[in-house]
Design a protein around this ligand. Structure first.
Ligand code: NAG
Ligand code: NAG
Length: 327
C-alpha cells in the first residue's frame, strides 16, 4: 500500500512537470532551413537541457522562401501551423534567429486566435530595421539582389518579391521607407498605430534581446536591442530608450521595459555565433521559467533535473547558426 502511494506521488510530479514545461518553437534566419545541422543541433540541445519540446517551424522550403516570400505570407503560414499544434495551446516560447525574429514578432502581433506566446527570446533580431543589404555571398541571386536593391528597395515589385526589403530602413530615405516599405513600419506601428498589435506585444512575460558584439551582418548591430540611427543621419546610433518607438511607445516596448520584462543581453561572437555556455546563460533560463517551481520541489530526488546541470565538466562548443558562414 505504501509503495503504491509513493508510486502515485512520483507519477503526479512527473505529470505536473510535463504540464508546466512549456514547449518552444524556433524560427531560423535567412538562407537557412530547419533540416540544416546547425538548427537541428541548436534546437535539440535546448530541448535536452530544458526538458521541454522544441520545434523548428519551417516556412515553405526554408532557404528559398526565406529570401523571396514576403513576410505577411511567411507569417500567415507560421500562424496556421502553430494553431494546428495542440501542445502549444497552453502557451509557448519563441526563439527567433536573426530574420526569424520578423516572423516571430509577426506571429505575436498578427496571428489572430493563435496560441499565447509567453517569452520571446531574440538572437540578433533586426527589430528596428537594418541599413544595409544583408550579406549573402557571391551567388547569382545575391548579385542580382544587390543591384536590384540599389535601384528601388521600396518599389512595389521589390517589396513583393524580396523578404529582407521588408525591414531595410535607410535612415537617409525615411520618406520613401514610410511610404513604400510594406512590412517593418506595420510591425513597429510606425505609420498607423494598431492598438491590437501593441496589446499583443506588450503581453509578453519576458522579452530577451540578445546582441552579438561582433555582428557585422546587422547594421547597426544595436538593432538587436531596438537601437537605431536617428531619421536623416548615419552619424550616431540611438539606444532604444532614445527612439520614438520607445518614447511614444508604439508597440509596448516601453511598457514591457518599465515592468522589468525586457532583458538586454550581449554575447561576444559574430552574427549568430554562440557558445553552449552562452546558450545556457542567456537562453535556457527563459525556457525553464514555468518549470522552475515544480522542478525545485522534486529536486531532492534529482529525477527530472536535466543532467547537464550537474555535470562538473562542461563540454564547450561553438554553434554557428549563420548558414553563410561569414566568420
Ligand atoms: C539529446 O538527447 C538525446 C536523448 O538522450 C540524445 O540522443 C541526443 O544526442 C541529445 N542531443 C544533443 C544535441 O545533445
Ligand atoms: C488592427 O489589427 C487587428 C488585427 O489584425 C484588426 O482586426 C483591426 O482592424 C486593426 N485595427 C486598425 C485600426 O487598423
Amino acid at each position: 500500500m505504501k509503495f503504491t502511494l509513493i508510486f502515485i506521488n512520483v507519477l503526479f510530479t512527473l505529470h505536473s512537470i510535463t504540464t508546466y514545461s512549456l514547449p518552444f518553437v524556433v524560427f531560423h534566419g535567412i538562407a537557412d532551413k530547419c533540416s540544416n545541422g546547425g538548427i537541428t543541433h541548436f534546437t535539440e540541445l535546448l530541448s535536452n537541457w530544458s526538458g521541454s519540446s522544441g520545434h523548428c517551424i519551417e516556412i515553405g522550403n526554408g532557404e528559398w522562401d526565406s529570401w523571396f516570400m514576403p513576410f505577411p505570407k511567411q507569417i500567415d503560414i507560421a500562424c496556421q501551423k502553430l494553431k494546428k499544434m495542440s501542445e502549444l495551446s497552453e502557451g509557448y516560447n519563441i526563439i527567433g534567429l536573426s530574420q526569424g525574429n520578423m516572423v516571430g514578432r509577426g506571429v505575436i502581433e498578427f496571428c489572430d486566435d493563435g496560441p499565447p506566446v509567453r517569452n520571446l527570446i531574440s538572437l540578433a533580431g533586426p527589430h528596428a530595421g537594418i541599413a544595409s543589404i544583408p550579406f549573402c555571398g557571391s551567388g547569382i541571386w545575391c548579385i542580382l539582389e544587390d543591384s536590384l536593391l540599389k535601384l528601388a528597395i521600396y518599389s512595389n515589385f521589390i517589396q513583393a518579391h524580396l523578404a529582407p526589403a521588408g525591414y531595410i530602413k535607410i535612415p537617409t530615405d525615411i520618406a520613401n521607407y514610410r511610404k513604400g516599405c510594406k512590412f517593418l513600419p506595420v510591425l513597429n506601428n510606425e505609420v498607423h498605430r494598431n492598438s491590437t498589435y501593441k496589446k499583443r506585444f506588450a503581453s509578453l512575460e519576458n522579452l530577451i534581446l540578445i546582441m552579438f558584439e561582433k555582428d557585422e551582418i546587422l547594421v547597426p548591430k544595436q538593432t538587436s536591442w531596438f537601437g537605431y540611427y536617428p531619421d536623416g543621419s548615419f552619424s550616431t546610433v540611438l539606444p532604444a530608450q532614445k527612439t520614438k518607438l520607445y518614447t511614444e511607445d508604439w508597440i509596448g516596448l516601453r511598457m514591457l521595459d518599465e515592468a522589468g520584462k525586457v532583458k538586454l543581453l550581449k554575447v561576444c561572437g559574430s552574427h549568430l555565433e554562440i557558445s553552449t555556455s552562452e546558450m545556457k546563460k542567456n537562453i535556457l533560463p527563459y525556457l525553464l521559467d514555468d518549470v522552475s517551481t515544480t522542478v525545485t520541489q522534486s529536486r531532492s530526488s534529482s529525477l527530472f533535473w536535466p543532467s547537464s546541470f550537474n555535470d562538473g565538466v562542461v563540454e564547450e562548443e561553438i554553434l554557428l547558426l549563420n548558414p553563410n558562414q561569414l566568420a
